[in-house]
Write a protein that binds this ligand. Structure first.
Ligand code: GDP
Ligand code: IMO
Ligand code: MG
Length: 420
């Protein structure tokens, strides 16, 4: 059996958690392959609204194994809180969660380094979630990191102290260090707590499972435009958020990957700094934010809102090899007479239709007006219930993007999903 992938095509928060949860009954295993607790994946069903940060979005379904892969970075404190919240909802996390021994650990000092880096950047700050993601991946590629497999070794404490000392040299006398003692004791307690969960060689587990006919879905975090190589660098996260990240983040060979579901909002959002050509800094953007509840699931920050961006989406589809699309939050546009689509950019007085190297605040959008449906679509149960303007919007996007839209989401709930 092959491995399928679901990932975001914009700047994150496309609704990945919801759709992974919807698709989970088709799978035996759900696996996260990159990112860490910078992610916030929201699931809504049967009166429950739940946000997951590190744990895959298959955790609420029975008979499904959830894997935190080697490409993920783990904050044990956040993971412990996540597990305990799930246990309160009677989810048997112990039997349904496996953690790769090769996943890297976020240390308390990684979080302080993240803060120090943002302070030093001043106005050019990334707008990081401050979860320690960048510094942890830096230690991974710098070959200094600590991994889940290290926590059971007898010299874990020695290794931890050594890395902490290295961080002290960078932080020097930073006032940020005054908070270290309390966060460190919490960290060490959580390390003990997560020892009782199963730590595995997830690359072997997944390849054996696939050989034995099990169906695997890889769950992306963040979005393509936040990818470390192909996103709006330097305003990106520190991992490969794209399909290729599945290979390195899980140990899955490229020829095993089959279905690639790219997920996008019927409009566009971004949280944090960086260019966003189709952003609406006016009352329309504010209306989208309010109707769409566009506030970060991890940090609570306001998400910046704008119209859908076709050059960016086409780029993301190309990079990921997307085979089908899932369009989210169309219902948020229910009360618009007209909606707009960014079809091109103007850069250096030239009209371009591609995602350029130097996308910046000076890159201006060219919009095409599309007739809105201007009615409630949240009660739609099947495609034939859609107003003709929504069907026209879907057809237009499919023609432009050259990939079928197989899922249309018309509300946050599991049930508010139309499979075409
Ligand atoms: P993720 O990070 O990609 O999983 O997305 P988030 O959970 O951060 O943000 C998506 C938000 O939109 C969550 O609050 C979801 O409950 C909500 N949501 C998902 N799909 C829909 C939809 O079709 N309509 C509406 N109105 N909300 C949705
Ligand atoms: P999910 O999985 C939206 C953004 C941050 C910041 C940049 C770098 O919920 O879609 P980092 O903490 O990684 O150093 O932040 O990336 N960012 C996200 N934006 N959704 C996310 O995850 C994000 N994870 C990181 O806001 O701009
Ligand atoms: Mg999110």
């Amino acid at each position: 059996m092959g491995v399928d992938v679901l990932l975001g095509l914009q700047w994150g928060d496309e609704g990945k958690g919801k759709i992974v949860d919807v698709l989970t009954p088709q799978y035996d295993i759900i696996a996260r392959f990159q990112g860490g607790p910078n992610a916030g994946h929201t699931l809504e069903f049967e009166g429950i609204k739940h946000v997951l940060h590190t744990i895959p979005s298959g955790i609420f379904r029975n008979d499904v194994m959830n894997i935190i892969g080697n490409g993920v970075v783990i904050d044990p404190v956040i993971l412990q809180k996540e597990i305990q919240q799930l246990e309160k909802l009677n989810v048997d996390v112990q039997s349904k969660l496996l953690i790769s021994k090769k996943a890297h650990l976020i240390l308390p000092t990684h979080k302080l380094l993240d803060q120090a880096s943002e302070i030093a950047k001043g106005k050019q700050k990334i707008g990081s979630t401050l979860k320690g993601i960048g510094p942890t991946y830096m230690d991974k590629t710098g070959r200094n990191g600590l991994r889940i497999g290290d926590i059971s070794s007898v010299d874990f404490n020695k290794k931890y102290q050594k890395l902490k000392e290295k961080h002290f040299k960078i932080l020097k006398d930073s006032t940020l260090l005054k908070n270290l003692d309390s966060i460190e004791s919490e960290f060490l307690k959580s390390i003990e707590y997560i020892k009782k969960f199963k730590h595995i060689d997830s690359e072997h587990y997944l390849n054996n499972a696939s050989k034995n006919g099990k169906k695997i879905l890889a769950e992306g975090a963040q979005g393509t435009l936040l990818d470390i190589d192909f996103g709006t660098y330097p305003y990106v996260t520190s991992s490969n958020t794209i399909t290729a990240g599945t290979c390195t983040g899980l140990g899955i060979a490229p020829n095993k990957i089959k279905r690639i579901v790219g997920i996008f909002k019927a409009y566009c959002t971004r949280v944090g700094s960086g260019p966003f050509p189709s952003e609406l800094k006016d009352e329309i953007g504010e209306k989208i934010r309010q109707v769409g509840h566009e506030f970060g699931a991890t940090t609570g920050r306001e998400r910046r809102c704008g119209w859908i961006d076709l050059p960016a989406l086409k780029y993301a589809i190309m990079i990921n090899g997307v085979t089908e699309l899932s369009m989210m939050k169309a219902d948020v546009l229910d009360s618009f007479e007209d909606i707009y689509v960014c079809t091109h950019y103007i850069q250096n007085e030239e009209k371009i239709n591609f995602f350029p190297f130097d996308l910046s605040d000076d890159t201006k959008p060219v919009f095409k007006k599309v007739k809105g449906w201007n009615q409630d679509i949240t009660k739609s149960k099947k495609e034939s219930d859609f107003p003709k303007e929504l069907s026209a919007y879907i057809n237009y996007l499919e023609k432009e993007l050259e990939v079928p839209i197989s899922i249309v989401s018309v509300g946050p709930n599991r049930s508010e999903t139309i499979i075409r």
